[in-house]
Design a protein around this ligand. Structure first.
Ligand code: SAH
Ligand code: SF4
Length: 361
């Protein structure tokens, strides 16, 4: 059977080389070729002997998900639609900024958690992505973007904020993140890899113990009654339980705060009274609040809060001493925003002209 090297964790590279009678350093060499040089052809691996290259060719391959579409917005935001089989596709989005480049990565085709304001949630759950499909997004993006004129890598940060709930695909997401962190692969620091979750508490505790990266939690409501409605998993892990888990997480986290995401839905969760409730709710947790203007999609039934309502809400939180950012929207010509990712394969050109925005994190 042909092994896909993009599916391998570090110890599997080692095992693979040992089984071929090779020294352990070969595993690291191979890992660097696969993940840092992004080669697909074993003949390009110039410091590996020809006979070994031939044996590699016979038993292994480097296979990333196929890119169906590659779209770049006027402002440089770039989105790849990757085929993951059986008619499914997932999106990966690169967001360049002056001082960093962030790749927003998907973890599942669809999502079972059915948050009411999320287009991925509306499409239901298809399946978990494999390690190769998750790390393949970073692999592709690195390959496509190159290293530019400087020796700096274009992608300095990864956020697990694309399609799917990363903690519901725990093992594959952690394996992929370990590669992101590995110096023989992408060498990102734990502070520069952020996982966003809607609050699967037991898995959050496991993450703390196995791979504590920076954490973002999708809060979206200041009370259980409203959160039960917007984020149905809240019925299982209500706010009190979730916030206690956040406090436990911070003990091991690479940053000394949690980012709380809060989507701004007109007339639903954006009143000054709700801002005051939110202040009370998060008081015990060191945090930053990231307000996300709602990104519309067809038949969502929601509207984005007005700029005034967002500013008022932000000011209410800031006056109470919280650190608040409003996620900026960029790009109006590709469909790449938070909650809009639906891995659609059909041609969307007819939808041009709608305000389709990409999020800046
Ligand atoms: N499943 C994870 C990560 C993916 S969603 C989570 O829920 O955290 C990334 C962020 O986008 C989450 O905070 C999510 O709530 C938010 N989001 C989903 N739909 C949105 C929409 N239509 N507009 C704005 N943000 C949205
Ligand atoms: Fe899933 Fe996150 Fe969308 Fe909720 S917001 S449905 S958890 S992807």
């Amino acid at each position: 059977m042909t092994a896909n090297l993009l599916e391998f964790e570090k110890h599997e590279f080692a095992q693979f080389c040992t089984e071929m009678g090779e020294k352990p350093f070969r595993a690291r060499q191979l890992m660097r070729w696969v993940h840092q040089s992004g080669v697909v052809d074993f003949d390009a691996m110039t410091d590996i002997s020809k006979p070994l290259r031939e044996r590699l060719r016979a038993s292994a391959e480097i296979r990333a998900p196929r890119v169906i579409r590659d779209t770049t917005a006027a402002d440089g935001t770039r989105k790849w639609l990757l085929e993951v089989g059986a008619g499914n596709a997932v999106d990966a989005v690169f967001i360049p900024e002056r001082d960093r480049g962030t790749l927003c990565t998907s973890s599942q085709a669809g999502c079972a958690l059915a948050c009411t304001f999320c287009s991925t949630g509306r499409q239901g759950f298809n399946r978990n992505l494999t390690v190769a499909e998750i790390i393949g997004q970073l692999w592709w993006a690195n390959r496509c973007l190159g290293r530019g004129v400087s020796t700096e890598r274009p992608i300095t940060n990864v956020v697990m904020m694309g399609m799917g709930e990363p903690l519901a695909n725990f093992d594959n997401v952690v394996a992929a993140m370990q590669l992101m962190l590995d110096d023989d692969a992408y060498g990102l620091s734990r502070r520069r890899v952020t996982l966003s979750t809607s609050g699967l508490v037991p898995a959050l505790d496991r993450l703390r113990d196995t791979c504590p990266v920076a954490l973002a939690v999708s809060l979206h409501a200041p009370t259980d009654a409203l959160r039960d409605e917007l984020v149905p998993i809240n019925k299982k892990y209500p706010l009190k339980v979730l916030l206690a888990a956040c406090l436990r997480y911070i003990e091991k986290a690479p940053r000394d705060f949690v980012t709380f995401e809060y989507v701004m839905l007109d007339g639903i969760n954006d009143s000054p009274a709700q801002a005051r409730q939110l202040v009370k709710l998060v008081r015990s947790v060191p945090c930053k609040i990231n307000l996300i203007p709602f990104n519309a999609f067809p038949h969502s039934g929601y509207q984005r809060s007005s700029a005034d309502a967002i500013a008022r809400f932000r000011d209410g939180l800031m006056q109470a001493g919280l650190t608040v950012t409003v996620r900026k929207t960029r790009g109006d010509d590709i469909d790449a925003a938070c909650g809009q990712l639906a891995g659609r394969v059909e041609d969307k050109t007819r939808r041009r002209g709608q305000r389709l925005a990409a999020a800046v994190l």
